[in-house]
Design a binder for this molecule. Structure first.
Ligand SMILES: [Zn+2]
Ligand SMILES: [Zn+2]
Length: 319
């Protein structure tokens, strides 16, 4: 374990012509994530089977996002929300009208085709897929609501919840990719929530590249939109005074992955920070899943996980 301050220079908010304050989800984000899961699978043999399944899941998400034709929303219906700086794509208002259940069906089919070639290795997961295929639409909606209102998913749905989460990600990524113009950077109490869909971030990333070098963005857990937040600021209560950066080291004393938890002594929330200067291909979702050990450490230290990752289902055993 290590405690390191985030002492690097904190870039000022970008000005005109400088890094964008809000960045739409990239078109190949699920394919890129699948490649990262593959790489992590090789590096972390203890978690290899779990990471391999997630690689197949991300690959299937990519296929469905690319191949399924969807009638676009009437962009004007979002004008009112955009004009008032409200996130236009909140799942509470759109869950009934977005065809996410068709994304789920396409996802289950794509994933089942892939896993069928892998013989016995994914027998348990294939059973889950087939069980989920038989759920009633009303039940699926209920599980979706529970996934979206994390942190706790009832025990009976915890097995299938990540698949529902993956389908919701496809639907909301597509929606946010279609938003033009993009919303403004959120302000005040909303600056920790996605400007497109109002969901909490999965994590934040310190970016690379000529225009975004060392600039920190929060990444939406649902739609993967990125938005700017100053470094060394709690993304939950926005305090700058009581932050600690907690990481985990491997047996050789080196940090295994480019992940630290930005942990706030004020509000006790902790959100992971992935640093692309350390590893350019780190992915907030894949690296979050690969560092679940860090979450246990944080819990022991009295921090509450504030990152929202619909590919993980947490819950107390009471359900
Ligand atoms: Zn979002
Ligand atoms: Zn805080």
């Amino acid at each position: 374990m290590s405690h390191i301050s985030d002492t690097l220079h904190d870039p000022k908010p970008p000005r005109h012509g400088e890094p964008p304050l809000v960045v739409a989800p990239e078109s190949r984000l699920f394919a890129t994530r699948a490649a990262r899961f593959r790489e992590l699978e090789e590096r972390l043999p203890d978690m290899a089977a779990f990471l391999a399944f997630n690689a197949h899941l991300a690959r299937a998400q990519h296929r469905v996002l690319k191949e399924r034709d969807v009638e676009p929303f009437d962009a004007q219906s979002f004008d009112m929300a955009l004009a008032h700086d409200f996130p236009p794509l909140t799942p509470t208002s759109l869950l009934a009208s977005v065809t996410w259940q068709a994304d789920l069906k396409a996802l289950l089919e794509a994933l089942d085709r892939t896993l069928a070639d892998k013989s016995e290795a994914f027998a348990a997961q294939r059973e889950l897929l087939s069980a989920l295929g038989g759920f009633e639409p009303a039940t699926l909606d209920k599980i979706a609501q529970s996934v979206l209102s994390q942190p706790s998913v009832p025990a009976e749905y915890r097995g299938v919840a990540p698949l529902i989460g993956a389908a919701l990600q496809i639907a909301w990524t597509r929606l946010s990719q279609s938003l033009k113009p993009l919303p403004h950077r959120p302000q005040g109490a909303a600056q920790g929530l996605c400007p497109c869909c109002g969901s909490p971030p999965v994590a934040s990333t310190v970016q690379l590249g000529r225009h975004r070098s060392r600039v920190r963005y929060l990444v939406c857990g649902l739609c993967s939109t990125q938005w700017y937040l100053e470094r060394a600021r709690c993304s939950h209560c926005f305090d700058t005074e009581k932050l600690d950066y907690i990481g985990v080291e491997g047996p050789d004393g080196k940090r295994a992955l480019p992940v630290r938890a930005e942990s706030c002594g004020g509000c006790r929330a902790s959100v992971k920070l992935m640093d692309r200067e350390w590893e350019a291909d780190t992915d907030p979702f894949a690296d979050d899943i690969a560092t679940l050990g860090l979450d246990m450490l944080l819990e022991e230290q009295g921090y509450a996980r504030a990152g929202f990752n619909p590919l993980l289902a947490f819950g107390s055993d009471e359900g």
